[in-house]
Design a protein. Structure first.
Length: 307
């Protein structure tokens, strides 16, 4: 049986289990990721996660109550020769138009020795993908980030930048009017690996020389270790992100914050002994610890990009 709208090979009776679709639909619903009439551009690297994302979105387009249009965008970053033909065929079967953009990102990264290659790569790829989405008339960009990515990004930020944050399931970009959506954030990575292997989806191995040698790869090992010791670790982490106990978070202090400016003014105008006590009170009154979105992890980039 073919699809109800669009693709010819998203078969309702053959799909790999059903429970993961329920989770994706829940994430989409919880964060209102897709509205009627949306045009979604899926960023597809060719890896297992984004390929699975494309399949799942095509399935939702064809068989769920969601009404949206779907396009796929792939980037050739110039790391080496890549065969896109299997993905062309995959998209044809799904009934999803595929757009491949060739950009010399690898060359730019090689020329910027000393910079964090993944951070630079992430910024460049995001810019190219967003421009491609705008040129297609899309209003949403779907990314294949899953629950393991959420946790790894949190750990990267905590360990390397000293901040408790990760990316959000849905982020509106004021500079482009696009909304980034991550429908897979409730799914562990192993579900996507199983789906891709079980259905025989095409997968492009990332030819980038930095692949497998990043800080993110180190965090992946940490997550794997924690989950092997504590089997419910991933689920508890997800639950923790949605149940931040604001009462027990510390008062916030950031360079350049209102609290810091108040502290500086107080220090300048008051005799030394009183200043410190007054400053502490000011931080308590004006600090932004009560902003749940910040506590739960505002966007603003991870410590390192993903591939
Ligand atoms: S490993 Fe991934 S994010 Fe890092 S430079 Fe290579 S392609 Fe870019």
């Amino acid at each position: 049986m073919g699809s109800r709208r669009g693709g010819q090979n998203v078969n309702k009776t053959e799909h790999y289990g059903k429970w993961f679709l329920t989770r994706v639909k829940k994430a989409v619903g919880d964060y209102r990721m897709i509205e009627p009439g949306d045009r979604v551009a899926a960023g597809v690297s060719g890896g297992k996660d984004s390929t699975a994302l494309l399949y799942i979105l095509a399935y939702l387009r064809d068989y769920s109550h969601l009404r949206f249009e779907l396009e796929a965008v792939m980037l050739d970053l110039g790391w080496g020769e890549v065969d896109f033909e299997p993905h062309r065929e995959f998209c044809r079967r799904l009934g999803v138009p595929l757009h491949i953009h060739v950009r010399p990102v690898a060359g730019i990264i090689r020329d910027k020795e000393g910079m964090n290659p993944c951070k630079l790569c992430g910024k460049l790829r995001a810019g190219i993908l967003n421009q491609a989405a705008l040129s297609l008339g899309a209003n949403r960009v779907a990314l294949g980030h899953h629950l393991d990515d959420v946790i790894e990004t949190y750990l990267l930020n905590l360990i390397f930048t000293g901040q408790m944050k990760t990316f959000r399931p849905s982020t509106y970009l004021t500079n482009t009017g696009l909304t980034l959506i991550r429908p897979l954030v409730y799914l562990p990575e192993r579900v996507l690996s199983g789906l891709t292997a079980g259905k025989g989806f095409p997968v492009i191995e990332n030819p980038c020389p930095y692949n497998g040698r990043t800080k993110r790869d180190e965090m992946k090992a940490v997550v794997t270790e924690l989950a092997s010791r504590y089997p419910k670790f991933r689920e508890r982490f997800l639950s923790g992100l949605q149940n931040v106990d604001l009462e027990n978070l510390w008062e916030q202090r950031r360079p350049g914050s209102v609290a810091d400016a108040e502290e500086l003014r107080t220090r300048r105008s008051a005799p030394e002994p009183e200043a410190s006590g007054g400053a502490r009170r000011e931080r308590g009154q004006h600090g932004d610890a009560q902003d749940p979105r910040r506590a739960a992890g505002e966007p603003g980039g991870s410590a390192e990009g993903t591939s």
